[in-house]
Design a protein around this ligand. Structure first.
Ligand SMILES: *Cc1c(COP(=O)(O)O)cnc(C)c1O
Length: 225
């Protein structure tokens, strides 16, 4: 089941890439494995998945302790509380959910203690829903520059979570918005030349996200159900 699902997700990625002239090899597929057993994750890895995403530290750690799971990269996609930062820095290769300067400072502090430079994405609330985490788009540039000044944090891009809707076309504007925000950062020459990846698109809308420039897609149900 999981193997077939992954196959079909990869085909859908390839078709979306053909539509917009992109190279599927440039798109990172993260299997979001929250609430999935180590056995299921093992099956996904057996089918070529290299990147595993979790939204709770505790659950990720249980799986990371499982020596049978050969995960190449761990992604933290859930909201991160400052008292959990130490554990997050210890175990995740990329934290997608940095949404304040304070959180970035705490990550910087813990990473410095571990002699690590922590890769992060800045989460933006592109749909401006009150219930969602993420920076307001208007606050992005200022926060970006403050986080960029931290020595043990490296900004690798931006992340957004689109609203749940029945028709993926309805979230296209939010993905487009994230790309515009990224391109604006390029225009203002706020980076040192490194690429800023866009983490956007889930099971119901990843094809639209790819068409709008997603570099990292986060897929749970389409892989595991
Ligand atoms: C659960 C989750 C996903 C995956 O969602 P699916 O709809 O199951 O593909 C992606 N991103 C985040 C932040 C999530 O919490």
């Amino acid at each position: 089941m999981i193997a077939e699902n992954i196959c079909s997700v990869r085909e859908r990625i390839a078709r979306a890439c053909v539509r917009c002239g992109r190279d599927p090899g440039q798109i990172t597929l993260v299997a979001i494995s929250k609430n999935r057993s180590a056995e299921e994750v093992g099956e996904a890895i057996g089918s070529g998945i290299t990147d595993i995403g979790e939204n709770k530290i505790q659950e990720a750690r249980l799986k990371a302790d499982n020596r049978d799971l050969k995960v190449l990269r761990w992604h933290m996609v859930g909201h991160l509380q400052s008292n959990k930062v130490k554990d997050a820095v210890r175990m995740f290769d990329l934290i997608h959910s940095v949404d304040s300067e304070e959180l970035a400072q705490e990550i910087d502090k813990q990473a410095a203690r571990m002699d690590k430079v922590q890769d992060i994405l800045i989460q933006v609330n592109t749909s401006q829903e009150e219930s969602k985490f993420g920076l307001r788009p208007e606050a992005l540039n200022e926060t970006f520059l403050m986080i960029k000044a931290l020595k043990n944090v490296r900004i690798k891009g931006l992340m957004t979570i689109a609203p749940l809707v029945d028709d993926p076309e309805k979230v296209r504007l939010h993905f487009r918005r994230l790309k515009e925000l990224r391109d604006r950062i390029y225009e203002l020459r706020m980076t040192d030349g490194g690429r800023l990846n866009l983490s956007m698109g889930m099971s119901d809308d990843f094809e639209v996200a790819i068409e709008e420039g997603a570099d990292i897609i986060r897929i749970g149900r389409a892989i595991y159900e």
